[in-house]
Design a protein around this ligand. Sequence first.
Ligand SMILES: [Zn+2]
Ligand SMILES: [Zn+2]
Length: 227
Amino acid sequence: MTVIHKIKLKISNCYLVEGDKKILVDTGSPGEGTTIISNLKKIGVELSDISIILHTHGHSDHCGSTTELIKKHKIPTAIHSADSHMTVNGKNDFLKTTRLIAKFIKPFVDKPFPAFKSDIFIDEYTDLESFGIKGIIHSTKGHTNGSISLEFDNREAIIGDVMMGGYMGGEFFPYLPDYHYFADDIKEIDQSISKILSFNAEIFYVGHGGPINRKQIEKRFKKSSSR
Ligand SMILES: [Zn+2]
Ligand SMILES: [Zn+2]
C-alpha cells in the first residue's frame, strides 16, 4: 500500500510517496532543497532513493528547488506538457487572482526560479505503475492548464493547487478547503473539484495547508460554488 509523507515547507508542501519505488511530488520554492533533503533523511530516505520528481504544476512554489535537487543527484523530472514552458522559463505565467486578498499575496509568491527542462511529459490517465507507485495521474486543470492530481490505491490523493487548505499557506485552519488565491479558469476549477470527488479517496493532500477530508470538500463546494 502507498504511503504519503507530507513535507511542510515555507509556503507550500511537497510529498514523498512510497510504494515499490519512492517518488517526490513537487519541490517547494527556490532555496528549499536542503530542507527537503533533511526532511527525507528524517523519514530514512536519501535523495538517491528517489526514482522521479513529479510536479503537480509549473509554479515557482512547486518547482522552485528542482534544479537544486537534480544538481545534487541526477533524478528524472516530469510535468504535464501544458505547464512545461514555465519550468523552461523559470517563471510563472500571469497569476490571475480569485479575490482581492490575493493581490496582496501575489508579490510574495510570484518569483522567478531556477529553470529546468523536464525529462517526461505527463498526459491524462498516465498510470503511476511505471514510476513504481500504484495510482493514476489525472488532468485537473483550472489553476493552470497543466495541473495534475494523483489518485493512489490507499484512498488518498495529492491534488496540488486545485484548492487550498486553510489560509496564508495553511498557517490557519489547514484542514478547511477553499478556492486557491490564483486560478487561470475558475469554471475549470469547479470541474476539477467534481473530478477529484469522483476519486476513490477520502484524504486529499494539497499544495498549501491540508490534508483535507472528503466531507469538508463536499460541505464547501457541493451545494454552492460561491466564492
Ligand atoms: Zn500554483
Ligand atoms: Zn502553490
